[in-house]
Design a protein around this ligand. Structure first.
Ligand SMILES: [Zn+2]
Length: 334
């Protein structure tokens, strides 16, 4: 999908509640010039095929730099693949480097780091600015093309929902900083549809909505604590969200409530009891681990058989139907 003269969006469809609608890969640059990609999807085939197919369709065969918005595996999973098959140089957040070990090539070969304030200069004078936006994760980065008013937001802003926040204070500071950018017309999120200025929607309004939303959650949490009864984060989450969210998002919602409580604790508004951790029974842990291992083995075998069956079916297409005919009919002119 063409977003501007310089930017294309590759939305890869998703059916998981944590990744609303799609996981997006972005391709930036001009034909024949150096290409930058932002995020590269999870390490499974559908992302690889979508990216390669898309590059082929627009006549790009290589990626100059493959950058990511943060270390989470649905954004960084294919870095090794793009290095190996598309010869890309890899760029990751400086403070995400230690969080990324398994996604990176051996000895970090071909890997460079980006940090707040860096710039990427592409052919044709196109300038992409790197903006540190911690909050969703410690290493979150946004990328910004001022001349087009385009902001690549990763998971800091999502297309059609609010996001999971790791650290509320730094998240709010990041949002406020993004609001100060001189020209914002299009937000390109890591998941879900883009948000662009139209008659009904406005990219800057969306950023403000996120700030207001977090403020509203904080107020709701404080309201829950007004009666003086101590509550767990889960109880607070249930009281606030009720049945309004997909049950599969309740852990994520609880995580957001915890992030708010931590920040309220830091500012001295809220205090917490220590809680008592469960001590897992070593025998049960070992048993579950063994079971999991056995299941993984079956899954691997199943996948292997599935692949074999597919290869066999393909092989059959290439060869004469000897399984049906001992001697196939022959044809000649009467
Ligand atoms: Zn993420």
């Amino acid at each position: 999908m063409k977003i501007s003269d310089h930017v294309r969006m590759v939305p890869v469809p998703e059916d998981q509640p944590m990744r609303p609608t799609s996981t997006n890969i972005y391709i930036i640059g001009q034909r024949g010039g150096q290409t930058l990609t932002i995020d590269s999807g999870e390490a499974i085939d559908k992302f690889r095929w979508m990216l390669r197919g898309y590059l082929a369709a627009i006549d790009y065969s290589e990626i100059g730099v493959a950058a990511i918005t943060h270390h989470h595996f649905d954004h960084s999973g294919n870095l090794k693949h793009v290095r190996e098959h598309l010869k890309a140089e890899i760029a990751v957040p400086e403070n995400g480097l230690k969080l990324l070990k398994r996604q990176l090539p051996k000895n970090n070969e071909g890997v460079k780091t980006f940090t707040d304030g860096d710039e990427i200069n592409l052919d044709g004078g196109l300038r992409v600015q790197v903006i540190g936006s911690p909050g969703h994760s410690v290493d979150s980065l946004c990328y910004y093309i001022e001349e087009d008013g385009i902001l690549f937001t990763g998971d800091t802003i999502l297309g059609n929902t609010t996001t999971v926040v790791g650290d509320v204070n730094s998240y709010m500071a990041s949002l406020r900083r993004l609001l100060e950018l001189p020209n914002i017309r299009i937000l390109l999120p890591g998941h879900g549809p883009m948000i662009r200025d139209t008659d009904e929607a406005n990219a800057r309004d969306r950023l403000e909505m996120y700030v207001n939303h977090r403020q509203m959650r904080e107020d709701q949490i404080l309201e829950q604590l007004q009666d003086g009864d101590p509550k767990t984060s889960w109880q607070i989450m249930e009281n606030i969200y009720g049945d309004s969210i997909d049950k599969r998002l309740r852990r994520a919602a609880d995580g957001n409530v915890q992030a708010h409580l931590k920040s309220l604790q830091k500012s001295g508004v809220v205090k917490a009891s220590r809680g008592v951790k469960k001590r897992p029974n070593p025998a049960t842990v070992a048993k579950n681990k063994a079971k999991d291992k056995a299941n993984q083995k079956i899954i691997r075998q199943g996948k292997k058989l599935e692949k074999q069956a597919m290869n066999n079916a393909l092989m059959q297409q290439e060869n004469p139907p000897t399984d049906t005919w001992k001697t196939p009919p022959t044809y000649q002119l009467r």
